[in-house]
Design a protein around this ligand. Structure first.
Ligand code: ATP
Ligand code: MG
Length: 305
């Protein structure tokens, strides 16, 4: 999956398939893709979600099941994520962490065999059952990937890429936003004299911070991170961890990690997945010091995974 999908202005209709019904992607005159999804699933579930509950949680996941063709990758997932918190997803390879993360901004829609059943509310809005503007969803729910992958463009152009895609041309606005987001990720002082230099000349850690800046520049509310430090050295990892912690003041963060120290250091809540099931979730401290299930304990103590 490429980083540029985060802010794609439009999406290919053929990708939008959902449980029992196609999701249609039609373009409006303003060039905004409106995704009309037929009501697919769980009508009863929708009505049973209280308004107050929808408001309280920035992300509310109800009975989500995910399939790739016949293979069930996620089984009856329920989750609540409060605003301005960090949630870590942990679990052995193949347990469904990335699949679940990608359901939160409909990134799996690009996979033909993908089907989803259940409901996901972001800020109270059911992102699979209501008419949504996919571009807006991806702006509100940004994504950072495992491997830093800046575009082969200048540092500046990378930082403002999402804004350019939105059609913003005002140079001083773009420069201001680039500076703000590069400052937010602690990269400004390192790059301010070289903004025209290729982003590919930066170190891996700097590239990842640039990718985070690119996500921040479009002002998301939620940032999804799929193993954002696994390709980085310990010093760069430490800087990104500090940054994630800092970003919590303004953003809701969901991070997938194989690094147990990282999960325990930075997250407020942890969810342990195993073979497509969400085995256990709760306050990070509780999960790491007093897990309810043997499988969780075995995993966090390194007995498998
Ligand atoms: N595009 C796809 N098509 C078919 N099956 C897939 C696809 N993507 C993932 N899967 C399967 O779904 C399951 C969950 O995969 P996923 O990538 O979500 O796991 P993960 O927990 O993120 O693993 P890792 O820690 O290795 O990244 C695996 O069995 C995987 O083979
Ligand atoms: Mg993964």
């Amino acid at each position: 999956m490429k980083n540029d999908l985060i802010i794609l202005p439009s999406a290919q209709p053929s990708f939008f398939k959902s449980m029992g019904s196609d999701i249609i992607n039609t373009k409006t005159s303003s060039n905004e893709p409106v995704i009309e999804s037929e009501v697919i699933t769980n009508n009863q579930e929708i009505t049973s979600v209280k308004k107050s509950e929808k408001k309280e949680y920035q992300i509310l996941v109800k009975n989500v099941n995910v399939f790739y063709s016949e293979f069930q990758a996620l089984k009856d997932i329920n989750m609540e994520v409060s605003p301005k918190s960090i949630t870590a997803f942990i679990g052995p390879s193949g347990c469904g962490k990335s699949t679940f993360l990608r359901t939160l901004n409909r990134m799996n829609d690009y996979i033909d065999s993908f089907k989803i059943k259940g409901d996901i509310f972001i800020n109270g809005k059911n992102i699979y059952n209501e008419k949504i503007i996919l571009e807006q969803l991806r702006k509100d729910v940004g994504m950072v990937f495992q491997k830093p992958n800046p575009f082969p463009k200048s540092i500046l152009e990378n930082a403002i890429y999402g804004l350019r895609i939105q059609g913003i041309k005002d140079k001083s606005f773009l420069a201001e936003r680039a500076e703000d987001s590069l400052k937010q990720v602690g990269l400004w002082d390192e790059v301010k004299d070289n903004l025209k230099k290729s982003a590919l000349a930066l170190s891996g850690g700097q590239q990842q911070r640039l990718c985070i800046a690119r996500t921040l520049a479009v002002e998301p509310e939620i940032i999804l991170m799929d193993e954002p430090t696994s390709a980085l050295d310990p010093i760069s990892t430490g800087r990104i961890e500090e940054l994630i912690f800092e970003l919590k003041k303004n953003y809701t963060i969901v991070i997938v990690t194989h690094n147990m120290q990282q999960a325990s250091r930075i997250s407020d809540n942890t969810a342990f997945f195993y073979l497509g099931e969400l085995v256990e979730q709760g306050k990070t401290n509780d999960i790491f010091t007093n897990p309810k299930y043997k499988r969780t304990e075995n995993y966090i103590t390194g007995r498998f995974g």
